[in-house]
Design a protein around this ligand. Structure first.
Ligand SMILES: [Ca+2]
Length: 492
């Protein structure tokens, strides 16, 4: 016993000496993104439209499943529907769910919460949510919630109290209200984007800060959620996010903090605020190259180089790489319904550093223009007809899981190949494991000459093309690859 105490004291000595000399200690482990993030495949669910698992909780004015949504329509989707679909999602290779908000709020999108400690009744109960987390965790799947902390809904108790009682309300200073009586049309208080139903919280008020942290910890500690996606994160002060991180990481070092940031986000990713952000700049580039074709393949390599310049390596490997969301047109629709280009874009995403995100329904080619059309009901009764695209996504998920270099390897770009330089080639490398990705980013068939030695191939060797499940025999110094328009290959 005494000896153990002595050893413990001795082991403290170097630390004390270092502190006395003012040496910098290494950054805490919690400054890095959680390790699971680089291995994750996310699935983004808009709960009202994914699956109706319990017709008993449908709103009275529920519309038929599959009918085109309007801005205010309800179709019956709920948490039990998600729980019932976990097997389907596991088959797809999904390892983490991100759900749009699930708290009560009059809208179908719930970005106007009226209560932060419960589940919207039309989505289910807290017990339904517990069941979802339990079943997801049993499949080693994470669950990330959407935190609407920039503003509340106008039906939130505090805002109603401030409206009713003015400066006598303890909630008056939770908001920035420019006079009494409080007016909603137009609002005489700070809001999100001028919407009267989304009054902005006042982060200069310590009570607001304490409240938001209490909400975040409640769902992590009591319900077991694995992190937060932070809505409108850009418009909340940086010093609050640092405070938020300290509180969340103290409770759960592995919880992810994902900021909704649209531009480049180096101001949030130094290790003191967020682990990762919504990588809309990457989406922009993939859209320009693959969907609108306003940029050439080089833009993808430029984007990669730029991300390496502005972010630390663990962050690049952990970015939340999406090809659309509830706030954008669906990718296949941006491609004019061309499923070949949708598949190529996701092949890029799954072979690129960072966590790929599937927006629900993309894996079956679900179409949809701008909000609310991008929030259509998941077409469960059309899976058979859409099975070819679904199989493609399953294969991508499988390869991402089986090939560690796709998740954690370096990315080494090659010079552009093919006619007009429309074929992008890059290698992902981790130790001895190497995959060569070849993408035909054009409407024309291409024949591409690959230098075998550069790919690390010997003459006589058999190389596997993993997406089409083909084998190629290397003969001599070069290998000719015939590529269909918008075809993707992973060679190993
Ligand atoms: Ca329902």
């Amino acid at each position: 016993m005494k000896q153990a105490v002595l050893v413990a004291l001795l082991s403290l000595l170097p630390l004390q000496a270092a502190l006395a000399q003012g040496k910098r200690r290494p950054p805490p482990r919690t400054a890095e993104p959680p390790a699971w993030l680089a291995d994750a495949v996310f699935y983004h669910i808009f709960p009202e439209r994914f699956r109706n698992g319990d017709p008993a909780n449908d709103p009275r004015d529920v519309r038929p499943w599959g009918e085109r949504p309007s801005g205010g329509s309800f179709h019956g989707g709920d948490l039990r529907g998600i729980t019932e679909s976990l097997g389907y999602l596991a088959d797809l290779g999904v390892t983490a769910l991100y759900l749009n908000p699930i708290h009560p709020g009059g809208s179908n999108h719930k970005y106007n919460p009226s209560d932060y400690f419960s589940v919207a009744p039309e989505f289910g109960t807290l017990d339904d949510f517990r069941g979802l987390v339990r079943e997801a965790h049993a499949r080693k799947m994470k669950v990330v919630l959407d935190g609407v902390f920039h503003h509340t809904g106008e039906q939130f108790e505090g805002f109603r109290d401030a409206m009713a009682r003015g400066k006598a309300s303890p909630y008056w200073d939770w908001y920035t209200i420019h006079g009494y009586p409080v007016q909603t049309n137009p609002p005489n208080y700070e809001t999100w984007n001028g919407h009267f139903g989304q009054p902005k919280l006042n982060f200069a008020n310590p009570e607001v800060r304490a409240f938001v942290k209490r909400v975040a910890l409640f769902w992590i500690q009591e319900l077991g959620v694995d992190g937060w996606r932070l809505d409108v994160a850009e418009s909340v002060p940086h010093d609050f996010w640092a405070e938020f991180r300290a509180a969340v990481k103290a409770a759960s070092p592995d919880a992810v903090i994902l900021g909704e940031i649209w531009p480049d986000a180096q101001g949030w990713l130094a290790g003191d605020q967020f682990d990762t952000v919504t990588n809309y700049p990457l989406w922009n580039t993939v859209r320009d190259v693959v969907a609108t074709r306003s940029a050439g393949p080089q833009a993808l390599l430029d984007r990669f180089r730029q991300q390496q310049e502005i972010y630390r390596a663990p962050v690049v490997a952990s970015l939340f790489n999406l090809l659309g969301s509830h706030d954008t047109d669906r990718f296949v629709t941006l491609c004019g319904g061309d499923v070949a280009r949708l598949r190529l874009a996701y092949a890029f995403l799954f072979t690129y550093p960072g966590a790929p995100v599937i927006y629900y329904g993309d894996e079956v080619g679900l179409e949809g223009g701008n909000d609310p059309d991008n929030r259509r009901c998941f077409p469960w009764d059309e899976l058979e007809a859409r099975s070819e695209t679904l199989s493609w996504f399953k294969r991508l998920g499988q390869l991402r899981r089986e090939l560690p270099e796709l998740r954690r390897g370096s990315l080494e770009p090659w010079p552009l190949h093919g006619r007009d330089g429309r074929v992008l080639c890059y290698q992902r490398r981790l130790g001895q494991a190497t995959s060569l990705v070849v993408l035909n980013l054009s409407d024309a068939p291409q024949e591409v000459d690959i230098q075998a030695s550069r790919a690390g191939w010997r003459s006589g060797q058999v190389v596997q093309e993993l997406l089409g499940r083909r084998k190629l025999r290397v003969q001599g110094a070069r290998v000719t690859l015939p590529l269909q328009p918008w075809e993707a290959m992973i060679l190993r």
